[in-house]
Design a protein around this ligand. Structure first.
Ligand code: SAH
Length: 294
């Protein structure tokens, strides 16, 4: 029998339903067990763009849960959010913790949304900012390839939050590129970054945000040590594989209804190794028209 306060972590809950509903509906495919994961309430939300009726269900339960619990715990600052992710083992590296502390998530979420809640937030154009635990997970997976001076590409950069974190990791000698196909989101991501600790890197040009179809990558600055894709590809995009440096790593959700977060390593001889990290739910990596009409 599952214990609600156990260390179970559901990264792939399909419809982001309330914790109770989630427990009734989960299957092994959707669950990921980790020994030090956060309490169920804070980690069960991912990047899903929800149909309206689910949105009501989810956000009602979400607001109830976060306000109720956070009111008691006082976890209402960026620092507390990071400590929480550290406490439950989502963040294990000091560098990732420092960078997530430095880039305040509140600058990247729309007004009147709970900035530090561990869930995705709507950002318009049928897109979301990913949940903090997904940002942390991807930073952890890519950390080795985000050393000072390295090159990183963030496809589907949305609010610019993760691109800003990448820029802080690779530093002024490195290069962080964000590619997003909704020009309005590119513009607002630049505004967000200008208010953040990564503003100087944007000004200097080691961090840049671009409008374009991320399925084609960003060949001008390739090859990349690290590629992150923030939307689910129906299949592995060849252009992104081509733009990965030998020794580089890509983290990409792949699939349609059922998606896996894939960790793709390009070996020094150019061969590719792929493993699945977890089941996830992201918005699709698609055309602009398809996204806006969905
Ligand atoms: N990682 C970002 C956004 C995640 S949502 C954040 O956390 O803020 C996924 C993003 O991918 C959306 O902003 C969506 O507009 C974008 N996207 C989807 N298909 C794309 C494509 N073909 N090219 C570029 N961006 C795309």
């Amino acid at each position: 029998m599952m214990n609600l306060s156990s260390t179970m972590k559901a990264y792939g809950c399909r419809y982001c339903v309330s914790p109770l509903k989630q427990l009734l509906h989960t299957t092994n495919h959707h669950l990921r067990f980790r020994p030090r994961s956060p309490p169920f309430f804070s980690s069960s939300f991912n990047n899903l763009k929800l149909p309206n009726f689910n949105l009501l269900l989810t956000y009602n339960s979400l607001f109830f849960t976060t306000e109720h619990l956070w009111g008691r715990s006082g976890m209402n600052t960026n620092k507390k959010m990071v400590e929480h992710l550290q406490q439950y083992g989502v963040i294990s590296s000091e560098k990732v913790a420092r960078v997530m502390e430095t880039i305040d998530r509140a600058l990247f979420v729309p007004d009147r949304t709970p900035a530090y809640a561990d869930c995705p937030q709507e950002i318009g154009y049928n897109a979301t900012i990913s949940a903090p635990h997904m940002h942390a997970t991807c930073l952890q997976l890519l950390e080795e390839k985000l050393q000072p001076g390295m090159h990183a590409l963030d496809v589907g950069s949305g609010t610019g939050y993760l691109t800003a974190c990448f820029a802080m990791m690779v530093g002024p000698q490195g290069r962080a590129i964000g590619v997003e196909h909704i020009p309005e989101l590119v513009a607002s991501s630049i505004n967000n970054i200008e208010k953040s600790a990564a503003a100087a890197l944007l000004k200097k040009g080691s961090l840049s945000m671009h409008a374009g179809d991320g399925r084609e990558g960003w060949p001008e600055c390739a090859p990349y040590d690290a590629i992150h894709v923030g939307a689910a590809a129906p299949e592995m995009p060849q252009a992104l594989l081509d733009q990965l440096k030998p020794g580089g790593r890509m983290v990409i959700p792949v699939g349609n209804i059922f998606q896996d977060l894939k960790v793709v390593d390009k070996n020094p001889d150019g061969s590719i190794s792929i493993r699945s990290e977890s089941s996830v739910r992201y918005v699709p990596l698609t055309s602009r028209d398809a996204q806006l009409q969905s």
